[in-house]
Design a protein around this ligand. Structure first.
Ligand code: ITT
Length: 215
């Protein structure tokens, strides 16, 4: 059983729909979401933390809504913005824009404690250069990804979907789904299978599933 690491039940429904509920189960673990401009490093770090916690293979899902005319805002801060402003206020901000194009992005980060053979999908090995540049800590140690000199390799799978911001429609899905339209329907107007067929998460899950079947 693969541990799908998230506190968000909506994500689990979509992962189960895609991978089958015998092969995936929710690990409700709130990993540390570091502040970073990209989803990849956030998910990779979360996967290492979750793997150390669970001691079993984990798949972390980090996603966000990127509004083009707002330079990608809320992006990696989507969760915080949903919790503070709320989806309606985000729509009000988007409504004032002339260009309402946006995209959803999802990064899945897989870690099972082992290394990976070469493949097109990126492997995050921890940012040793940045850690070294930050300098030694009080004990004179250079800290790399939680103190380990050899950070656990993490495989990343990315998916994105273009769309546009619209006034809220639909009762399905979760999060920003009611205000994101793709091909004439909002994600909240689709069921999980329809959303997976086109969504950022569905695309990332597709890449992961193909690779995982070989592993
Ligand atoms: P975990 O970190 O525990 O997985 P979360 O909901 O905080 O739960 P993210 O940080 O990845 O997960 O999510 C960022 C925000 O984007 C959050 O407000 C989600 O509700 C929203 N979001 C993520 N995927 C979405 C999707 O497919 N449809 C609509 N909103 C989504």
């Amino acid at each position: 059983m693969l541990n799908y690491v998230t506190t968000n039940a909506g994500k689990v429904r979509e992962a189960e729909e895609y991978l089958g509920n015998e092969s995936v189960g929710q690990l409700d673990f709130d990993y540390t979401e570091v502040q970073a401009p990209e989803l990849g490093p956030i998910a990779a770090r979360g996967a290492r933390e979750a793997y150390r916690h669970a001691g079993e293979p984990v798949l972390v899902d980090d996603a966000g809504l990127f509004i083009e005319d707002l330079d990608g805002f809320p992006g990696p801060y989507s969760s915080y913005v949903e919790g503070t402003l709320g989806v309606e206020r985000v729509w009000e901000i988007a409504e004032a824009l002339e260009d309402r194009r946006a995209s959803f992005r999802c990064v899945l980060a897989y870690c099972d404690g082992e290394g990976f053979a070469a493949s097109p999908d990126p492997v995050d090995r921890g940012d040793r250069v940045a850690a070294a540049a930050a300098g030694p800590d009080a004990d004179g140690e250079v800290s790399v990804e939680g103190g380990s000199a050899e950070p656990l390799p993490v495989k990343l799978f990315e998916g994105a979907v273009p769309g546009r911001m619209v006034a809220p429609r639909g009762d399905g899905g979760f999060g920003y789904d009611p205000i994101f339209e793709h091909d004439g329907a909002t994600f909240a107007e689709m069921d999980a299978a329809e959303k997976n067929a086109v969504s950022h998460r569905g695309r990332a899950l597709g890449k992961f599933a193909e690779w995982f079947a070989e592993r």
